[in-house]
Design a protein around this ligand. Structure first.
Ligand code: 13P
Ligand code: SF4
Length: 306
């Protein structure tokens, strides 16, 4: 029996379902039951009937799954698959902003630990951040931890005062605008599609800024045939599935998320077999962090992706 058959058999035996982010390796996306962006995966986790959810992504994704489905067993194929940005804010930043502004809303990007979420009022993902911030009644917003997404939101919602903290995604922050320009010179017709975690120089070159599913949706629906993709290379698998005729180009320094690439078929089979790497959230954070995610799902329920 090959590893794919083994995973299938274990899934049936254990009543498990596999959820994967667009950044994991193609062979993992291929065997997953559901593949999507962070928002889609959170929505799904809240409503799936299976006993076990295997989260193929980085740890904040598994944690969000557990927060939204506390009665389920959530397994991570690799316990060290982490997102550095998820830790990049300290509680004093939140405490000081709350002291400074009475009507402050603390908006927390989903790429954060459960502890950090527990300090916030609402979570957002890159697909709903603009809509949710726009619709909050508060004028003053502290946006944690991603400075690039925060800046993008501030540009889209100029009527609000957005306080920007200083976290970032190393993969998107380090992308070089000069390398995107090189691709543009080689492929002048290509549309530049960028994730809002990219630095401002790269975002300044974008024809479209969106979440991973927003980027894939834009490529599929635009009718264009050439695209320069400014996000992690894992999206290429779904881009090619959805747009087999189109050409996709990346910066010469390929953006690769080390945490996402730790997820393997062997890891999935192992946790399904053993039940190891179960996600547990400390009691003190579980209820407040879960509330911020539930508030996001409520506020985003009637919004489209961006
Ligand atoms: P999406 O929510 O767009 O899938 O992004 C998640 C992420 O980690 C981007 O780096
Ligand atoms: Fe985190 Fe960046 Fe990896 Fe996304 S690509 S999971 S933000 S390190």
């Amino acid at each position: 029996m090959d590893i794919r058959e083994k995973i299938e058999q274990l899934k049936q035996e254990k009543d498990a379902v596999i959820l994967a982010h667009y950044y994991v390796a193609p062979e993992v996306q291929a065997i997953a039951d559901y593949v999507g962006d962070s928002f889609y995966l959170s929505k799904l986790a809240a409503g799936l009937p299976n006993k076990i959810l295997v989260f193929c992504g980085v740890s904040f994704m598994g944690e969000s799954g557990k927060l939204l489905s506390p009665d389920k067993t959530v397994l991570m194929p690799d316990r060290d698959a982490d997102c550095p940005m998820a830790h990049m804010v300290v509680q004093e930043t939140v405490q000081e902003a709350r002291k400074a502004y009475e009507d402050l809303a603390v908006v927390c990007y989903v790429n954060s630990t459960a502890e950090i979420k527990s300090w916030a009022d609402v979570c957002v993902t890159s697909s709903n951040a603009v809509q949710i911030v726009k619709n909050l009644p508060n004028e003053h917003i502290l946006f944690i931890p991603d400075k690039n997404l925060a800046r993008h939101v501030a540009q889209q919602v100029p009527e609000k005062h957005i306080i920007i903290s200083d976290g970032y995604c190393p993969v998107h922050e380090n992308m070089k605008a000069a390398e995107i320009k090189e691709q543009k010179a080689l492929h002048p017709q290509a549309k530049v599609l960028a994730h809002p975690e990219c630095n401002p120089q790269v975002l300044g070159l974008a024809d479209h800024i969106g979440s991973t599913s927003g980027i894939i949706g834009y490529a599929a629906e635009s009718g264009e045939k050439e695209f320069i993709i400014a996000t992690e290379e894992g999206v290429l698998y779904e881009l090619q599935n959805k747009c087999p005729e189109a050409s996709f180009y990346f910066a010469e320094t390929r953006p690769v998320c080390e945490g996402m690439k730790r997820i393997t078929l062997e890891g999935i089979a192992h946790v399904l077999k053993t039940g190891e790497n179960e996600v547990c959230v400390e009691d003190v954070y579980a209820a407040p962090a879960g509330d911020t995610l539930k508030r996001m799902l409520e506020l985003a329920s009637e919004k489209g992706r961006s």
